[in-house]
Design a protein. Structure first.
Length: 305
């Protein structure tokens, strides 16, 4: 089974506007509310690709209840823990001729002791051969080492761990040798406190993360595609196929969800990478997470460079 853990999910409130003026009253053309968060998006993407997962995490307050309601309409297995303290965050997305996002940090009143409940639930549930995806941000007041606390409890259980988080939370987890991590270019730059622009710079620093423990690294590069480094020192790189960008929210999550789905089907690494590229591109060219048909249509257009 595949399990995704999203500790700091959101309700994503998206609005499209003909134009946006600062300091003025703006009226939207359309509005939409969807569940958000990296692990949540991965579970939704897996469901659309015919792969079941269990979406786990924490939700708080009346917005948390609404979040679970929306997520349950999209994912078959939802096992979020309702917590006391604050409300699940609301992120606001404006779409005009450009995209603008306002992302909340999340509730400040969720006690860290709740995480021990999550650890107990996961360690009692996951078994040998399962996949566990740790994705997204953690609460601002929680220690960045909290994922390591979970991974330490899972030692020796033969679980495939995939991580898509950032900063010290990601770096601290590398000693547990995750199977795959997926920083984007910005996150990679933040980890090493420097600008990384060329392919050689990005590849070199991705290798440094491998040296610290990551077996495979995908670096998503937006309009410049992505790079995959596997454990056999192979490097795969691809640019996205041509298309009109509508939405970039969740493109990296769709990439990872599609990669996991292809991996679960036993496809070769190169095919997993191409499928993930098609999913990320299909997301950018869609209003939200794409359908399987939209992804499949782009697969033949993916070319390695």
């Amino acid at each position: 089974m595949i399990y995704t853990l999203t500790l700091n999910p959101s309700l994503d409130y998206s609005l499209t506007l003909s134009r946006f003026s600062v300091g003025a009253i703006n009226t939207s053309n359309t509005e939409d509310i969807k569940p958000g968060g990296k692990g949540v998006n991965i579970s939704i993407m897996l469901e659309r690709l015919g792969r079941k997962s269990v979406a786990m995490g924490l939700a708080s307050g009346f917005t948390g209840a609404e979040f679970i309601k929306h997520l349950s309409d999209m994912v078959s297995n939802v096992d979020f823990t309702m917590t006391e303290g604050g409300n699940t965050r609301i992120n606001v997305k404006f779409r005009t001729d450009v995209e603008t996002e306002i992302n909340s940090k999340g509730p400040k009143d969720v006690p860290f002791s709740v995480y021990d409940e999550i650890i107990e639930k996961i360690t009692a549930t996951v078994t040998s051969g399962d996949i566990l995806v740790l994705a997204g941000s953690i609460f601002p007041h929680w220690p960045e080492t909290c994922h390591s606390k979970l991974l330490n409890r899972l030692r020796g259980k033969n679980i495939t761990v995939i991580i898509d988080t950032n900063g010290n939370s990601l770096v601290d987890s590398l000693r547990y040798r995750p199977y795959l991590i997926k920083p984007n270019r910005k996150e990679l730059c933040q980890i090493f406190s420097k600008e990384l622009n060329s392919t050689s710079e990005i590849t070199y620093h991705a290798r440094l993360l491998q040296a610290r423990g990551a077996q495979r690294v995908i670096v998503s590069l937006g309009k410049d595609g992505a790079i995959l480094l596997d454990e056999h020192e192979h490097i795969f790189q691809s640019l996205p196929p041509k298309g009109r960008v509508i939405n970039t929210v969740g493109a990296g999550d769709a990439m990872l969800g599609a990669y996991i789905a292809a991996m679960e089907e036993g496809r070769p690494t190169i095919d997993c990478f191409k499928y993930s590229m098609a999913a990320g591109s299909a997301t950018a060219y869609s209003a939200w997470l794409p359908t399987k048909e939209e992804i499949d249509a782009l697969v033949p257009k993916i070319r390695l460079i």
